[in-house]
Design a protein around this ligand. Structure first.
Ligand code: NDP
Ligand code: 2IT
Length: 444
């Protein structure tokens, strides 16, 4: 494989799809050496078959808002690769959603799902619908309209969507209801369901918990733990919330969270009731974190990201490319020595280079945020067997999965000096399983 040549071809075919090209470039660079050592991959054109999705569905969603006006949104479902299991991945509702963003997310999902050790392929979908300022009734009508189109492409053994930015329990509920009505069946076709209708305990917390479990494994390699450490988190959504709970439980002090409007600095630590308040903020559909500062007498820094706050551990949990090279330098200058991504691709390539040069602990999202989709896989297992597991059982399995992903990264990413390049490790381990499955199954 000539990674440079493949990228050049992709740039020509998909000009302007910056996030997608960024995600592909990172994987190609990480796996090039292993790929070229195994000529069977080249002979089967594995990489050419992996970088393009199996198929993309694009559809239009008309719906009626509360004032009686007709609104039209655009939506997609990308089925990227199902060599090791049904397509699996979230749905994102955010005005920024476009094909490039969903293709990057779907591509990353292939390797992430492979790392979980469970049988799940990669997929992603969503819409440019903006939940901000919408009433519950509007969200319901949109979700129902969305599902009247999506339902024909998905199924419990075919393609199993879940939540992502802008899609939480409420949206999954509205979509599941419509699917059930159209398909006339009750199955585990979506994950992140409510507990009364097939959901799994711990799924809401799982991405954030998993991220902290992964970070803890990294800290252990240095004989350290979360105890007494200062933690900065970006975002205030589902992932940030779970990470704040677990980091606090393990003895860390979370001093910052953020939103598109700026960040909150709470020197006393964001714990207990204050973490519960994050849920209220999200449910308000207002898209701002500032009210936290007022409620709890903390400092609000408008228009800034939290990477200027002094910390030991940073957990970026908001969105892609939210931490650039300068932010990375600022973190390191302030003493940060562990960064574990809860979001998908939050660090730019320049930021990752800064972390690697400084030899700090750095975990890429496809490894460290895999706990969310892994627990979706556990929800699917419970649905198939028509059983519910206890919170302890799910959490134990999630914890084991994160420990195993950490081991896989170490096994494939440790260099001659003993430094672990978790990006390389995650990409190689995730890739090999899928590539070998594709080889076994012939040219498809
Ligand atoms: P939520 O919608 O619950 O929260 C998303 C957070 O990111 C919010 O704080 C949101 O603020 C902020 N955000 C979104 N877009 C932007 C933007 N363009 N600029 C600045 N801030 C932004 O989503 P999740 O917590 O579920 O998702 C967060 C990240 O974690 C995403 O990268 C997602 O892909 C990833 N992830 C999620 C998993 C899950 O299970 N939910 C699993 C694995 C990864 P606002 O909405 O106000 O813009
Ligand atoms: O990015 C992700 O892994 C998710 N949004 C969760 C996907 C899932 O199927 O649970």
């Amino acid at each position: 494989m000539n990674a440079h040549k493949i990228l050049q071809d992709l740039e020509k075919k998909h000009p302007g799809e910056l996030e997608y090209l960024q995600a592909v470039k990172e994987v190609l660079e990480s796996i090039e050496e292993v790929y070229n050592k195994n000529p069977q991959f080249e002979a089967a054109k594995i990489i050419e078959r992996l970088v393009e999705p199996d198929r993309i569905f694009t559809f239009r969603i008309p719906w009626v808002d509360d004032s009686g006006k007709v609104q039209v949104n655009l939506a997609y479902r990308i089925q990227f690769n199902n060599a090791i299991g049904p397509y699996k991945g979230g749905l994102r509702f955010h005005p920024s959603v476009n094909l490039s963003i969903l293709k990057f997310l779907g591509f990353e999902q292939i390797f992430k799902n492979s790392l979980t050790t469970l049988a799940m392929g990669g997929g992603k979908g969503g819409s440019d619908f903006d939940p901000k300022g919408k009433s519950d009734a509007e969200v319901m009508r949109f979700c129902q309209a969305f599902m009247t189109e999506l339902w024909q492409y998905i199924g419990p053994e075919t393609d199993v969507p879940a939540g992502d930015i802008g899609v939480g329990g409420r949206e999954i509920g509205f979509m599941y209801g419509m699917y059930r009505k159209l398909a006339r069946e009750n199955t585990g076709v979506l994950t992140g369901k409510g507990l009364n209708w097939g959901g799994s305990l711990v799924r809401p917390e799982a991405t954030g918990f998993g991220n902290v479990y992964f970070a803890n494994e990294m800290l252990k390699t240095k004989g350290q733990s979360f105890e007494g450490k200062t933690v900065v988190i970006s975002g205030f959504g589902n992932v940030a919330w779970g990470a704040a709970i677990k980091a606090t439980q393990l003895g860390g002090k979370v001093v910052a969270i953020s939103g598109p409007d700026g960040y909150v600095y709470d020197e006393a630590g964001i714990s207990g009731k204050k973490i519960d308040y994050m849920l209220q903020l999200r449910a308000s559909n207002q898209d701002i974190v500032a009210p936290y500062a007022k409620e709890f007498g903390a400092k609000f820094v408008a228009g800034k990201r939290p990477w200027e706050v002094k910390c030991d551990i940073a957990l970026p949990c908001a969105t892609q490319n939210e931490l650039n090279g300068d932010d990375a330098k600022a973190l390191i200058a302030n003493g940060c020595w562990c960064v574990s991504e809860g979001a998908n691709m939050p660090s730019t390539p320049e930021a990752i280079e800064v972390f690697h040069k400084a030899k700090i602990l750095f975990a890429p999202g496809k490894a460290s945020n895999a706990g969310g989709v892994a627990t979706s896989g556990l929800e699917m297992a419970q649905n198939s067997s028509k059983l519910n597991w206890s919170a302890e059982e799910v959490d134990r399995r999630l914890h084991d999965i994160m420990i195993n992903i950490h081991k896989a990264c170490q096994a494939n990413g440790t260099d001659a000096t003993g430094y672990v390049d978790y990006v390389k490790g995650a990409n190689i381990a995730g890739f090999l399983k899928v590539a070998n499955a594709m080889l076994d199954q012939g040219v498809l």
